[in-house]
Ligand binder design. Sequence first.
Ligand code: ATP
Ligand code: MG
Length: 266
Amino acid sequence: MSDPSIISCDRLGKTYLDNSGREVVAFEDISLEIARGDFVTVIGPSGCGKTSLLFMLAGFESKTSGAMLIEGEPIKGPGADRAVVFQEYALFPWLNLRRNIEYGPREKAMPRDEMRRKVDEMLDVVGLASAAERYPHELSAGMRQRAALARVLVNEPKILLMDEPFAALDAQTRLSLQRELSRLSQELALTVMFITHSVEEAVLLGDRILVMTARPGQIYADVAVNLPKPRDPTAHEFSDRRRDVEDLLKRASAQTGETISIPIIV
Ligand SMILES: Nc1ncnc2c1ncn2[C@@H]1O[C@H](COP(=O)(O)OP(=O)(O)OP(=O)(O)O)[C@@H](O)[C@H]1O
Ligand SMILES: [Mg+2]
C-alpha cells in the first residue's frame, strides 16, 4: 500500500506586514513532501522564514499563498496530532514535573489510572523517573528540556515540530539530548521537523536536511543523509557530510529566494 506524505506543502508563501504597513515576504514558493516517520532538519540564514514555516505547520500562523496539508487535510489551526518544542522550556513553574506532564492528559479528562501509567512511562522514557516530584527551578536546563519533551510526547503526537530546541544547552547536555531524541523519534515512529543553526546537529539528526536561502526563503537544497543511526560525529563519513552541508549553506546564504532552487542530493 502506498503511504502518502504526512506533510505536504505546495507553493507555500508567507508575507507579513511590518509596523509601517510594508510587506515582508518571509518565504515563497515552498513545495515540500515529508514522509511519515522522516526526521527532517531545516537550516538557513537568520530571518529566512524557518520559524514562520514551523508556526504555519503548527497552526499558529495562517498562510498567505499556496497549500499546506497534514495527512491530506488543510491545516485549520493547532491540533493534538502536532506538538511544538521551543528553545525555552514550556513548563509551568508552579507545578512539579509529574503535574507538568499530566497537564495534557488532564485536559483530555483521561482516567486517573491510565494517566498515572502514561506519565510514569514518559518519565522513564526521558530518564526523569527519580525527579517526578521536583519543580522546574530544581532541575538543570537539560532536565527541563527533557521534561518539556515528555510533556508533549505524553499526548502521543504524530508530528513533532522543534524550533532550535537545544540551542541554549551546553555541548555535553546537547549531545545527550540529541541522542535521546534520535532514539525516541525512531521508537515512536514520529515525523519530526527540527530547525537548527548547527550544521553538525542537522547532520547528526536528519534523514533529510533542507537548506534554505536568505529571505525570501526558498529551499536551496534537499539533502538525503543515508548514514546509519546513531551517528558518530567523529567518523570520516560524518565529517564529509558536514562539510558538504556547510558548503551548501554558504552558497544558499548568498542567495535569496528570487533565484531558482535546485534540489541537491549529496
Ligand atoms: N509577526 C511578524 N510580523 C512581521 N514580520 C515578521 C513576523 N514574524 C516574522 N517576521 C519576519 O519574517 C521573516 C522571517 O522570520 P522567521 O522568524 O520565520 O525567520 P527564521 O528563519 O526563523 O530566523 P532565525 O534563524 O533568526 O530564527 C523575518 O524577516 C521576520 O522579521
Ligand atoms: Mg527562528
